[in-house]
Design a protein around this ligand. Structure first.
Ligand code: FES
Ligand SMILES: [Fe+2]
Length: 338
């Protein structure tokens, strides 16, 4: 297995209107993503067969993508259907651009760079459009790689340093966690987490009961954090980290939650709080990558970092072309202070 075998979000569905084209980069590959007049999305390598202009700078007319340089025209399957300088003498079907598989699911457009691979469907976003739930979508660019981003999204010890007040204040409380690595996934189940969500606690968890908190990582780029508070309150943060290249990651974040009668009403506040927290993470992750570029990544670990080393063990299998689902199942318990 390699990184190209997985499905990656290339855009939110509503970002791409009919007869519109956008350019994107995933794993260093340039992509022209366009939607035809019937609503079908196609992804071509963003390079004209003729003289290598970027075709995403062109336009879509009658559902076909036209290069901005000499007007070579491509249909949804990448076939050249017209070469204006050849007029009627051009016979369509003789030239074809490189295309990629596309799936639209849950208002995301997914692309896969490798053909004929094993991952048959993209990840399904938890509780998306489930009764009682709402979803807020955010996009943020991190100047760091996918693994460091994903590790940050399931890292508790940084929260009191990077997000005091707005997320979690240091209380020197002992946390316990059970960690499981299985099937290309790391699942962390926390214990003893109670009322420590800054000024939000009174609303989210008024009775102060233990919070059901799990963090999961799914190979190669997805994290999903679940908080189950007292009552029906349930908050899920699912992030798909898309590698633009080795140093830049576009993160799509779904904040999906059910706060009963407060669900709709709280949207602006939830959006603002999450974006503020993400801005703080962007800053620290940009800092980390800048330093890695100067000194290299020589990481040392505390017990709470076992989560990260297990994520790295999965990522390393993919980097070496192996199937991480074949790694042996492992589980352990850790303790740390927050
Ligand atoms: S480079 Fe695209 S038509 Fe000439
Ligand atoms: Fe964070």
């Amino acid at each position: 297995m390699k990184q190209e075998d997985f499905w990656y979000i290339v855009a939110e569905g509503h970002e791409l209107k009919k007869n519109q084209v956008i350019s994107r980069s995933i794993l260093g590959e340039w992509l022209a993503v366009f939607r035809d007049d019937a609503g079908k999305v196609s992804v071509l390598q963003d390079k004209c067969l003729h003289r290598t202009a970027q075709i995403s700078r062109g336009k879509v007319t009658n559902g076909q993508l036209q290069c901005p340089y000499h007007g070579w025209t491509y249909n949804q399957t990448g076939e050249v259907t017209a070469i204006p300088s050849m007029g009627e003498s051009f016979k369509p079907g003789s030239k074809c651009a490189k295309t990629y598989e596309v799936i639209e699911q849950e208002d995301y457009i997914y692309v896969r760079l490798a053909s004929g691979s094993h991952e048959t469907r993209p990840f399904s976003m938890p509780c998306y459009k489930a009764p009682g739930y709402t979803t807020i979508r955010l996009q943020n660019v991190f100047k760091n790689n996918v693994t460091n981003c994903a590790e940050n999204f399931v890292d508790i010890p940084h929260t009191t340093f990077v997000h005091p007040k707005i997320f979690r204040d240091a209380k020197h409380e002992k946390f316990g966690a059970h960690i499981l690595r299985e099937e290309g996934r790391v699942k962390v189940t926390y214990k003893n987490e109670k009322k420590n969500f800054g000024w939000f606690s009174w609303f989210l968890n008024p009775t102060g009961e233990e919070i059901g908190h799990t963090d999961e990582f799914f190979v190669p780029n997805i994290t999903s954090v679940h908080y189950r508070f007292s009552g029906q309150n349930h908050f899920i943060i699912t992030s798909q980290s898309i590698p633009i290249n080795d140093e830049e990651t576009l993160v799509y974040t779904d904040l999906t939650y059910n706060y009963g009668i407060w669900t709709r009403f709280s949207r602006p506040l939830v959006r603002w709080q999450a974006q503020t927290i993400i801005d703080q993470d962007v800053e620290i992750l940009n800092n980390q990558m800048k330093t890695i570029k100067k000194y290299g990544a020589h990481f040392q670990n505390s017990p709470a970092d076992i989560i990260h080393t297990w994520i790295e063990s999965i990522q390393s299998e993919v980097a070496q072309g192996r199937d991480p689902k074949l790694l042996p199942r492992k589980e352990t318990e850790i303790e740390f202070w927050v």
